[in-house]
Write a protein that binds this ligand. Structure first.
Ligand SMILES: NC(=O)c1ccc[n+]([C@@H]2O[C@H](COP(=O)([O-])OP(=O)(O)OC[C@H]3O[C@@H](n4cnc5c(N)ncnc54)[C@H](OP(=O)(O)O)[C@@H]3O)[C@@H](O)[C@H]2O)c1
Length: 283
């Protein structure tokens, strides 16, 4: 297992188990399986509606809390200092823990300055060890850092072989913010799991497309959050620390970069409205 040291001094495992789109009914067992496989970093969010199930798994796993790195995220509907702070207390309750290892502002919309202040307060009180952002592309990221003087520990952004975030990562690196790649398989889009360039490379190392894709992201400097509900795939996705891609293979995969999102445009007004309304439909 590899770790990255965040700007708070905290050590974050560079592979985490993501629980987005895992229905609450399945989530506790999935997290228990992931912990059994060896994952020690779990990524959830208020907007995933499965924090309580993640908390249940951690509490019943028998693994000491301090051995697990737990991330959650404040959703737009909880933006603003008071609301965000109240939502942090609510997340702690659902997660059945007295601290969160990493707390992120999920999206750069709503009063995220207020949310950031709530996170600072929670950190002072020991409720949060490190905090940062997600989906803050360079303009919003630089705005937040320069206007508050506080550098996020992490920026969690879309990152996979088809959207490698090269320019954006250069900017985050200037500030020392660690980058975590969400949807590291592009959720299988563009036939990622059968892509012939990746498959040919994988054959040389005896590794699957999934493993090569994750390894590429690690060697590019990012941490990764693969999601699977299948234990055998959790094992496969975790088995990426015993090989290294050559410079030539890294270059071949770098050439797959399309330089744009396969999911979402944060500058599309309809998408912004969709995100703002997202939890309204579920609540
Ligand atoms: N901050 C954000 O805005 C944001 C947005 C999206 C995601 N995330 C985080 O990133 C995590 C991962 O992203 P994601 O779930 O969207 O997508 P992903 O990890 O790129 O892809 C998940 C898909 O790949 C399949 N899969 C996993 N391992 C496989 C393997 N070895 N072989 C073949 N298929 C495999 C899964 O199917 P099965 O489950 O059926 O195996 C699932 O359909 C999330 O869970 C969440 O924690 C964050």
């Amino acid at each position: 297992m590899d770790y990255v040291t965040l700007n708070t001094g905290a050590r974050m495992p560079r592979i985490g188990y993501g629980v987005f789109q895992i229905p609450p009914k399945e989530c506790t067992q999935c997290v228990l399986d992931a912990l059994d496989v060896g994952y020690r970093h779990i990524d959830t969010a208020q907007a995933y509606f499965n924090e309580a199930e993640v908390g249940e798994a951690i509490a019943t796993s028998g693994i000491p809390r301090e051995e697990i790195f737990l991330t959650t995220k404040v959703w737009i509907s909880n933006a603003g200092e008071e609301k965000a702070y109240a939502s942090i207390l609510e997340s702690l309750k659902k997660l059945k823990t007295d601290y969160i290892d990493l707390l992120l502002i999920h999206q750069p919309f709503g009063d995220y300055y207020g949310t950031y202040r709530a996170m600072q307060k929670a950190q002072r009180e020991g409720l949060v060890k490190s905090y940062g952002v997600s989906n803050f592309f360079p303009d919003r990221f630089v705005d937040l850092v320069e206007c508050t003087g506080i550098v996020p520990a992490v920026n969690q952004i879309e990152g996979h072989v088809f959207n490698q975030q090269v320019k954006a990562r250069n900017i985050y690196a200037r500030y020392g913010t660690a980058v975590v790649a969400w949807a590291p398989f592009a959720e299988g889009k563009r036939n990622m799991f059968r892509n012939p360039v990746i498959a040919k490379i994988g054959k040389q190392y005896g590794k699957s497309n999934a493993q090569v894709a994750l390894r590429f992201l690690l060697q590019s400097g990012m941490s990764v959050l693969p999601k699977s509900v299948h234990k055998a795939r959790m094992v496969e996705n975790f088995d990426i620390f015993n090989f290294s891609l050559s410079i030539e293979d890294m270059q071949s995969i770098a050439a797959l970069d399309g330089g744009e999102s396969l999911f979402i445009s944060h500058t599309d007004p309809d998408m912004v409205k969709f995100l703002i309304d997202y939890t309204k439909k579920k609540n």
